[in-house]
Design a protein around this ligand. Structure first.
Ligand SMILES: [Zn+2]
Length: 111
């Protein structure tokens, strides 16, 4: 049994509904930049969009360097921090509080 190996595509979440988006096509823009056309897999959303993939740092230098390419050296762990996952807490009040308590501590500034 032979299976055709498909290259892995960079994963991207739909900016609107956060579902997985898949690459439909891509094109090289410059030697450092590629544009990818993504389609959201959520059929109720249907968003399609373009993302850019850019080479930004060298980790191990090329054995065949091009004089036209200038990529700074950098640690693979440098770069922007990942965005925190938004908390699912649209409700500002703790779920176990029914409302303002009648038994609040007296205000030390009022007496
Ligand atoms: Zn979507």
């Amino acid at each position: 049994m032979s299976r055709t190996a498909r290259p892995r595509q960079p994963s991207f979440d739909c900016p609107h509904c956060r579902s997985r988006a898949i690459v439909r096509s891509s094109a090289q823009v410059t030697s450092l930049v590629r544009e990818l056309d993504y389609a959201c897999t959520n059929h109720r959303c249907g968003h399609t969009f373009v993302a850019q993939l850019e080479a930004v740092r060298t980790i191990v230098p090329s054995a065949m360097p091009s004089a036209a390419v200038h990529l700074p050296f950098g640690n693979r762990n440098l770069g922007p921090k990942r965005l925190p996952v938004p908390a699912n807490d649209d409700t500002r009040e703790p779920a176990n509080e029914d409302g303002p308590s009648a038994a609040q501590a007296p205000d030390p500034m009022s007496g």
